[in-house]
Design a protein around this ligand. Structure first.
Ligand SMILES: [Zn+2]
Length: 419
């Protein structure tokens, strides 16, 4: 199950208040349930069982808590079950080495959504306007810019208020059966995802990271302006929304870029290999490690994996250690400082652009990971001819990925990497 369709809601002023009231009731319920949950010893069962135990108290709660009767039943249940997700993501953070405490009560600004599960929602048409009809809540006008196909079954809808004050409805749909993966993939690619700047692939393509300079500067300006306003005042609130809009714009642009790029690779190839970024960013973390770009590439591989699944494309995440040092031709490792852009093998004399060499190693490891490629031609032989024409990369500007979508990647102009 994944959220696939997201629509902007256009609630009236009165509906906005109802939505906010609903959201806040869910928040209070969540906080109450969290306290109850903490009274249940770990020995009482699995995480899911313990949270369900709290959920089953709901009928008793409604006896004295009148406002809970305003909530549609699955909305209340989902608010309680959110504890399970919160705890899971908390322990994931812990596993990744973050220093996190226990779950806290959620403040109004941190609890921005509620969810209808299975029932209580439907599309309707009122006076020529499409509305989302939510049980025990309202018929909220919305813009359906993209129809949900008829054969798709909707599992739940999440109603969320963004920091900008805009409301959205996201629909989660059942995952379709994955298409079969090709037995002998003939279009294979390795991508060396550059933490610092470019991603390079074994088809001689280099994609620049997205230039968000203007957006970042605008965000900074608006933030400075916000800090000069009196906290909580009317002007402050107006400015706060402006800052939130800047954040939204940044996120949108980045997502557009990453979606387009990952979609391109997943649809054009039968097999895609990338490095495991969790490991890679740890390796490269010297001081200013957790950069925005590494987070963005992390999103990229997540999207790529999901899209490959959907397209029936093999996806391999490989061990990143040594991909730059190893020779793609003979496998011998040699030290290579960052400023050395050429790979020149002391053992076999093989020469190639540093990142091209790394990308081929990633592809080779990908072949190994999915159990292919060792039979006839070695991976290097498979990938090499792609480079012999110029030996240099074609550079695709990150901006152009968004502007024209995938075709840009196909009709790229040849331009050598100058650094
Ligand atoms: Zn060599």
């Amino acid at each position: 199950m994944h959220y696939a369709y997201r629509y902007r809601l256009h609630p009236t002023e009165a509906q906005r208040e109802t939505l906010d009231h609903y959201r806040d009731t869910c928040r209070q319920l969540y906080n109450h349930a969290l306290t109850e949950f903490e009274h249940i010893p770990n020995s009482a069962g699995t995480l899911n069982q313990r949270v369900r135990q709290v959920r089953d108290q709901l009928p008793d709660l409604t006896d004295w808590w009148d406002e809970l009767n305003d909530l549609y039943s699955t909305v209340a249940q989902a608010a309680v079950m959110r504890i399970e997700d919160s705890i899971k993501s908390l322990s994931e953070l812990k596993q990744n080495g973050y220093n996190v405490g226990s779950l806290n009560w959620k403040a109004p600004s941190e609890f921005r959504s509620f969810t209808y599960v299975q029932s209580g929602f439907e599309f309707d048409n009122k006076n020529g306007q499409t509305v989302l009809s939510l049980s025990k809540l309202a018929d909220i006008p919305l813009t359906v810019h993209r129809e949900i196909p008829e054969d798709v079954s909707i599992k739940e809808v999440c109603i969320k208020k963004e920091r900008t004050g805009e409301w959205y409805a996201s629909f989660a749909v059942e995952d379709k059966e994955e298409p079969a993966k090709p037995e002998n993939p003939d279009r294979c690619i390795g991508i060396d995802v550059g933490i610092l700047k470019y991603s390079h692939d074994t088809d001689g393509r280099a994609v620049g990271s997205l230039d968000l300079q203007d957006e970042r500067e605008r965000l900074k300006r608006e933030q400075r302006s916000l800090s000069r306003k009196q906290h909580g005042s009317h002007n402050w609130e107006k400015q706060r929304v402006r800052v939130a809009e800047c954040h939204q714009q940044l996120t949108r642009k980045r997502h557009d870029f990453l979606h387009t790029l990952s979609n391109y690779y997943a649809t054009e190839y039968d097999m895609v290999a990338v490095e495991d970024l969790d490991v890679k960013s740890m390796m490269e973390s010297a001081g200013n490690s957790q950069s925005t770009s590494s987070a963005a590439w992390d999103t990229f591989t997540t999207l790529l994996e999901y899209k490959c699944k959907r397209e029936g494309t093999h996806f391999a995440e490989v061990e990143p250690a040594g991909t730059t040092k190893e020779c793609a031709s003979c496998g011998v490792a040699s030290e290579k400082p960052l400023w050395v852009r050429e790979h020149s093998c002391p053992a076999c004399g093989f020469e190639m652009d540093r990142d091209a060499n790394a990308a081929i190693n990633i592809l080779s490891r990908g072949f190994e990971a999915i159990g292919l490629g060792q039979s006839e031609a070695t991976p290097v032989e498979t990938a090499l001819p792609l480079f012999t024409s110029s030996g240099a990369f074609d550079v695709v500007d990150g901006k152009r990925v968004i502007e024209t979508g995938s075709p840009t990647l196909r009709e790229r102009t040849a331009k050598a990497v100058s650094e």
